[in-house]
Ligand binder design. Structure first.
Ligand SMILES: NC(=O)c1ccc[n+]([C@@H]2O[C@H](COP(=O)([O-])OP(=O)(O)OC[C@H]3O[C@@H](n4cnc5c(N)ncnc54)[C@H](OP(=O)(O)O)[C@@H]3O)[C@@H](O)[C@H]2O)c1
Length: 260
């Protein structure tokens, strides 16, 4: 893996680092010489596996902090931020990546429960963790990158609640970017199309079906890879994007072009 960005001296927190886009992003930050890396997720074993891959990229084990927490549980954002500051003394970059998907429509009898479940993770936890990060990001003139979705920009059928949560995240990005710009804290998001990660099978969809659908709905004619999203995340988090804030960057194989 080539490290075209350099994050020397920067402490990075990645939520949802045990799988998919978050795992890939953590490994990229490790390869780009970050100074500290906090890996957040529920599955400790998978976080340990990602930690080993980060060490393979040259990041010393003492520069990695694994925190196994359900982000949606009471007090989790506070416990996470306390642990990060206690270990590293600062925070430069927050990657709000943890999220879940799932099918919902207005006809769904479990709409209310699904709304509460997805909103508490995708939106509420992101908001609360960002709130706690802000004082530290102001000190370091750091930045936030949130992993949103094409679903924030175009209403994907039968994904009502997921669409709502991601639309909320884009407004979070734009609102927070306006509030924090005078403090020199940048806030951006990436908005992926369909990416080959376990998210789809976790949400009950067959991988083969997801790939075939992705081939048809993306102008580039294929599903995306986690690495393609990670590269966009690292760009937005880096000094190369020093004049970019409030951006919601599509990484979607041109899919949004087909959504009038
Ligand atoms: N894959 C796509 O097509 C796609 C497209 C657009 C946007 N996205 C977004 O990309 C982000 C990453 O998804 P992915 O595709 O990489 O899926 P993934 O492989 O399923 O990864 C999701 C990550 O979120 C973590 N997570 C889930 N629930 C959590 C909770 N309650 N507390 C803490 N961590 C939790 C998971 O870790 P644990 O299981 O260890 O908790 C895992 O590390 C999500 O926000 C998703 O909405 C994905």
């Amino acid at each position: 893996m080539s490290a075209s960005y350099c994050f020397e001296g920067r402490v990075v927190l990645v939520t949802g680092a045990s799988s998919g886009i978050g795992a890939e992003t953590a490994i990229h930050f490790a390869a780009a010489s970050c100074d500290g890396l906090a890996l957040i997720g529920r599955d400790k074993d998978r976080l340990e596996e990602v930690s080993i891959k980060c060490q393979t990229q040259g990041l010393a084990i003492e520069k990695i902090l694994i925190i196994s927490e359900d982000l949606a549980s009471d007090g989790a954002p506070g416990r996470i931020m306390d642990a990060v500051i206690q270990k590293f003394g600062k925070l430069n970059i927050l990657i709000n990546n943890a999220g879940q998907g799932g099918m919902t429509s207005l006809a769904d009898p479990e709409l209310s429960q699904k709304f509460d479940h997805l909103y508490s993770l995708n939106v509420r936890a992101t908001l609360l963790l960002s709130q706690l990060a802000v004082p530290h990001l102001i000190e370091t003139k750091g930045n936030i990158v949130t992993v949103s979705s094409i679903c924030a920009k175009a209403a994907v059928p039968n994904m009502l609640v997921y669409n709502l949560t991601k639309a909320a995240l884009d407004y979070f990005t734009e609102s927070a970017a306006r509030c924090l710009a005078t403090k020199q804290v940048r806030v951006n998001s990436v908005n992926p199309g369909s990416i080959a990660t376990p998210l789809h099978t976790r949400a009950g969809r067959e991988e083969k079906v997801v790939r075939e659908l992705a081939r048809r709905i993306h102008p580039l004619g294929r599903i995306g890879e986690s690495e393609e999203v990670s590269r966009a995340i690292l760009f937005l988090a880096s000094d190369h994007a020093s004049f970019t804030t409030g951006e919601t960057l599509s990484v979607d194989g041109g899919r949004f072009l087909l959504c009038p």
